[in-house]
Design a protein around this ligand. Structure first.
Ligand SMILES: [Zn+2]
Length: 253
């Protein structure tokens, strides 16, 4: 009797885990998407502190409009809502530089625990939680230190704490948001060169270069086969077909 009960409980736990994993991988886009944003002052500087203090939901509105417009190209009408949560004092675990499986797994566990402990209520049930690490503008940011997990829907995003970087920051936040829904990077992680054709906003353009826009998951606008410039604002980017398929905006035929 006791044994049966134990098996039933175990099966119940497994079912919950399986349902959660399924939901993380098959988002229902007809439902609104709430993204909670938690600012973190990485270097503890007073400049970053006052930048964070002045942030509001308004600063992220642009991303909501952008994602809605992009989804319409694929017959969707998605509604993202970005909600600013409380500043988090503890720093997220550092993303490992070497891509070993064990260190990646350890990091993912630590990060899930960190998110569980530090993500405060934003008044709505959230579909994605992003920790925004704001840096002083005299620092250099390594782009590969930003990452978002589809399993658990959490991410850490590195940004500059400066008003003239807001549009640039929104490109990075939108990019990381889509990682949370299963989109993959579409550029060469070693040298930044966008992948052809999937990392091109307009792969059929003739002549091919220079491209006018960046594919959001490539972030870079190709100006020649080997050269590119960084997209500085969301209006210099668009969401390509492969990304739309990966996140479930279009069904694979
Ligand atoms: Zn990425």
């Amino acid at each position: 009797m006791f044994k049966t009960l134990r098996v039933v409980i175990l099966l119940g736990v497994l079912l919950v885990v399986a349902v959660n994993a399924y939901q993380d991988h098959h988002h229902n886009w007809t439902q609104p998407v709430y993204v909670a944003l938690y600012p973190v002052n990485v270097d503890g500087s007073p400049e970053v502190a006052s930048y964070i203090h002045a942030l509001s939901d308004k600063d992220f509105k642009e991303i909501e409009g952008y994602l809605n417009t992009q989804s319409k190209k694929y017959g969707q009408n998605v509604h993202f809502y970005y909600r600013l949560g409380d500043e988090v004092k503890a720093l997220p675990p550092v993303v490992p530089k070497n891509s070993g499986v064990i260190s990646a797994m350890m990091w993912s566990l630590k990060f899930r625990y960190y998110a569980h402990k530090n993500a405060t209520d934003v008044g709505v049930p959230t579909n994605l939680r992003l920790f925004l690490q704001y840096h002083h503008t005299d620092k250099r940011i390594l782009t590969e230190t930003s990452t978002a997990l589809q399993n658990g829907r959490i991410g850490v995003v590195n940004l500059f704490a400066s008003g003239d970087k807001t549009t640039n920051n929104n490109v990075v936040i939108a990019h990381e948001s889509l990682h949370g829904f299963g989109a993959t990077d579409k550029y060469n992680l070693a040298n930044g060169i966008p992948n052809y054709p999937d990392g091109y906003a307009n792969p059929a353009q003739n002549p091919l270069y220079p491209q006018k826009y960046a594919e959001l998951m490539a972030v870079h606008i190709p100006t020649s086969e080997t050269k590119f410039v960084m997209a500085r604002a969301l209006n210099q980017t668009m969401i390509g077909e492969l990304t739309a398929k990966e996140i479930g905006w279009v069904q694979d035929k």
